[in-house]
Design a protein around this ligand. Structure first.
Ligand SMILES: C[S@@+](CC[C@H](N)C(=O)[O-])C[C@H]1O[C@@H](n2cnc3c(N)ncnc32)[C@H](O)[C@@H]1O
Length: 231
């Protein structure tokens, strides 16, 4: 299954092999331990304010979701993934945390049009504060990026944002040789995968009423991209 492969690939991404999963279903993504501190700090800054509902797509192991919910108690965090094994892991981490603002995992494939969360319950009608995707659009076909913006265009509330984290090209060029090598590796695994260009993402976002307003450079040649609703 493609989603399971993506998660497995993620677990061996950039060195360090997979770690054995505890028996309760919690997966451990090695990259989480390297990148979570900076992502959490940036997201807390970007989402500061009165709170609201945030849908995280492609939550994977669920470790980021737990850290985000812990760091932003005013935000209600809705983790999700298209892969059932990931849902078990997200919920296992969630149960362990006991955080009241971390909701159970939802099965959500962003390429579905319209989004069909299962079980239903995500407050998509109420107007989301944000849609967040960490390390998704390069480890998925382009349709995943399209699906994020299409869904966000429908479900964000006033002032809502899309936040993407990962490696990106800028004006057709990789920002580091390691990203070029990673891109080649991704495309060798699946020709539909690959490091995306910020201009392509911005154009797709525009089609759904969103504007790329910030590109924040973060360690390991990654970026956080912020898309705001167009005025
Ligand atoms: C590289 S992992 C990233 C996981 C997590 N965000 C992290 O950074 O640790 C990619 C995740 O995207 C999920 N995924 C792939 N295609 C998807 C889709 N169309 N909709 C939702 N999730 C998807 C996979 O199941 C996998 O969990």
């Amino acid at each position: 299954m493609r989603q399971a492969e993506a998660m497995a690939n993620h677990r061996v991404e950039r060195g360090r092999g997979p770690r054995p999963a505890p028996r309760d279903g919690r997966l451990d993504a090695p990259a989480f331990h390297r990148n979570n501190g900076v992502i959490t700090a940036q997201l807390r800054d970007l989402l500061k304010g009165p709170g609201g509902d945030v849908v995280e797509v492609a939550s994977g192991s669920g470790q980021h979701a737990l850290a985000f919910a812990r760091a932003m108690p005013e935000v209600t965090w809705w983790p999700s993934d298209a892969d059932a094994a990931s849902l078990s892991s997200i919920d296992a981490w969630g149960r362990q945390s006991g955080l009241p603002n971390l909701r159970p995992a939802t099965l959500l494939d962003v390429t579905q049009d319209p989004w069909a969360p299962h079980p239903p319950g995500m407050p998509l009608e109420a107007g989301l504060r944000a849609v967040v995707a960490i390390n998704l659009v390069h480890i998925a076909p382009w349709q995943a990026a399209v699906g994020i913006f299409r869904g966000a265009g429908r479900h964000l509330g006033a002032g809502g944002v899309v936040l993407l984290y990962g490696p990106y090209k800028v004006d057709g060029a990789h920002t580091a040789p390691s990203n070029a090598a990673f891109d080649a590796d991704l495309r060798a695994r699946d020709p539909a995968w690959g490091v995306r260009d910020t201009a392509d993402l911005a154009a797709c976002a525009r089609d759904h009423g969103l504007t790329l307003t910030q590109t924040l450079a973060v360690p390991a040649n990654n970026m956080i991209l912020v898309f705001d609703q167009s005025p």
